[in-house]
Design a protein around this ligand. Structure first.
Ligand code: FNR
Length: 186
């Protein structure tokens, strides 16, 4: 299964990026996770959407070819980052490649609530008509106090968190597979 990931932080030592890289390694073989370079996107401008920069076309094609999308969101002032919103805005227009794609959300922060507010906003945004992902219900991955759960090598060391993410990924894979079966039958 091919999954593309949008990580909402462009910080070098981003915990959300480390979390997705950990998932990339841990689930290799079961899920192929490709991290999209959304930090390379220019600021969305409606004037450019019919003739977008090359990077928009490249990422758009990768989303189109994927079986689903993994969103990893930091929490910025109680919401998602501008960078993640910018990416969602680009791909919600013209070809609308996120529509009906299965989506899974994770988020990490140093606070106790682990991006709860950001994820609530993200679910609302993903419900907009131009986005309209099929977002995995329940299965909410909030990694709070993340600085105590990831070691210097980027390994997620908190065993209950790892086991929980294992179960969510298993749910996401079988849920996403069920859409493929339905599509084949039709
Ligand atoms: C934050 N941070 C933050 N944390 C939180 O739990 N709730 C919040 O509302 C905010 N707001 C916020 C705003 C801005 C502008 C910044 C830069 C940071 C802290 C944030 O969660 C922390 O920096 C994370 O480590 C960011 O994720 P990455 O970069 O580690 O993936």
């Amino acid at each position: 299964m091919k999954i593309v990931a949008m990580v909402g932080s462009n910080r070098k030592e981003s915990y959300n990026m480390k979390l997705v890289q950990f998932m990339q390694n841990r689930y290799a073989g079961k899920v192929d996770i490709e991290i999209l370079p959304i930090d390379q996107l220019p600021m969305y401008n409606e004037d450019d959407e019919l003739n977008p920069p090359e990077v928009v076309k490249e990422i758009r094609a990768k989303i189109m070819a994927s079986d689903g999308i993994l969103f990893a969101t930091p929490e910025y002032n109680g919401s998602i980052s501008g960078m993640l919103k910018n990416a969602i805005d680009w791909f919600s227009r013209v070809e609308k490649v996120m529509v009906k794609k299965p989506a899974m959300i994770v988020g990490a922060s140093m606070g106790a609530l682990g991006t709860v507010k950001a994820q609530l906003h993200l679910r609302q945004i993903l419900n907009a008509p131009g986005v309209a992902t099929l977002t995995l219900p329940g299965n909410e991955v909030f990694v709070g106090s993340v600085h105590e759960k990831i070691d210097a090598q980027g390994n997620l060391t908190d065993e209950p968190t790892v086991q929980f993410i294992d179960s969510v990924v298993t749910n996401f894979v079988s849920w996403t597979e069920s859409f493929k079966v339905t599509a084949d039958v039709k």
